[in-house]
Design a protein around this ligand. Structure first.
Ligand code: SF4
Length: 343
């Protein structure tokens, strides 16, 4: 019989398992602190559990971990990209982004992706499978263990995969990341990024989590957005914006829109005016980022002057917009680029 993947259990499932093994419910907090707080790789390390319970856990469960295939560290800004091998030999990427005021991990949620966005290095290789909860948590555990001096303050689900296409596992991973006995990362410091899966956004609004939502917008023109984010053909811009407004109303939270500037596609002053018109009156902010060239694409970022014009046009119309620096450009840190170089 296959052993239970203990990190994929929710806290309640873990309590049930421990109760079945004759352990008290509060032991689940101890086990979580060992697994996530201290990164234990064996049940023998859990010395404050009695020996009998440890033996039973050993017989019934297993503790997973990811193996490192490759890593690259940016000399420019310290951003580090990891390529991991999973138990079935699939590979995923995780990025560690150290900054003065925070340390962020960008997590993958799937092996590959179905959604085929124009600017994305993961897109050409299609979808393989969803990540398990344990695999997402193992991404964090590895980065934590290899950067002992840096407290992990922020998590973004913006790596390979569409998090809302692996909804239940991502929600369970978020609960473990947020749990005081787990990673103890504040819900507001966790961001889920979607390309605009409307039914999942509606479900997410009802979760009662204080987690941030970020939507990949990339154009205020329906036909152009369908080229950049093909899922727009299924969930068109007008419906998406309505879902965003409903989300803001239901949660009283703001939405962040991601906008990758691609020269000749979505980066003109007129594009900025259209965007400002679309977002008028909504509680939101826009993160603008210049296209990070991937080896799979023929597109390029607009010039510094064109970018400045775009930003000025947005701000002139009172849209809260930030021009984000592309991190780790010297190590191909855009989503899926290390994986692409190995495939
Ligand atoms: S940007 Fe995200 S949703 Fe789009 S193809 Fe890449 S991984 Fe998938």
């Amino acid at each position: 019989m296959d052993k239970i993947d203990i990190k994929s259990l929710s806290k309640r499932e873990l309590e049930g398992l421990l109760a079945g093994l004759g352990g008290e419910r509060y032991r689940s907090g101890q086990v979580c602190r060992w697994l996530y707080g201290r990164g234990a790789r064996s049940f023998d390390e859990m010395t404050d559990l009695n020996a009998r319970l440890r033996e039973k856990l050993k017989a019934k469960c297993r503790i997973t971990h990811v193996s490192l295939l490759d890593s690259k560290r940016s000399h420019a800004d310290g951003t580090t990209k990891y390529l991991f091998k999973l138990e079935d030999s699939s590979s995923i990427e995780t990025v560690f982004i150290p900054e003065k005021s925070r340390n962020t991990i960008c997590l993958s949620s799937q092996v590959g992706c179905k959604f085929g966005c124009l600017f994305c290095a993961s897109a050409p290789f299609g979808f393989v499978r969803n990540l398990k909860v344990s695999e997402m948590l193992d991404e964090v555990l590895f980065v934590k263990a290899h950067n002992p001096g840096s407290r992990i303050s922020n998590i973004v689900f913006m790596g390979i995969g569409e998090p809302f296409d692996n909804y239940d596992n991502v929600m369970n991973a978020i609960r473990a990341l947020n749990d005081k006995d787990g990673f103890d990362i504040g819900a507001r410091k966790i961001t889920v990024s979607t390309c605009g899966i409307i039914p999942a956004m509606e479900r997410f609004a009802k979760e009662g989590l204080q987690v941030e939502l970020s939507v990949s917008l990339h154009s205020a023109d329906n036909a152009t957005r369908s080229k950049i984010v093909p899922v727009n053909k299924k969930y068109p811009l007008s419906d998406l914006l309505e879902a965003c407004r409903e989300y803001v109303e239901a949660t009283n939270r703001i939405i962040t829109f991601e906008y990758v500037l691609i020269d000749g596609v979505n980066a003109s002053e007129e594009d900025a005016h259209k965007l400002a018109k679309l977002l008028k009156g909504m509680k939101c902010k826009v993160n603008v980022i210049a296209y990070n060239q991937i080896k799979a694409g023929d597109y390029s970022a607009p010039s510094v002057e064109k970018t400045a014009l775009f930003m000025r046009a947005l701000k002139g119309r009172r849209i809260k917009a930030m021009l984000r620096k592309s991190r780790g450009e010297d190590i191909d840190a855009g989503c899926g680029q290390l994986r692409i170089s190995k495939l």
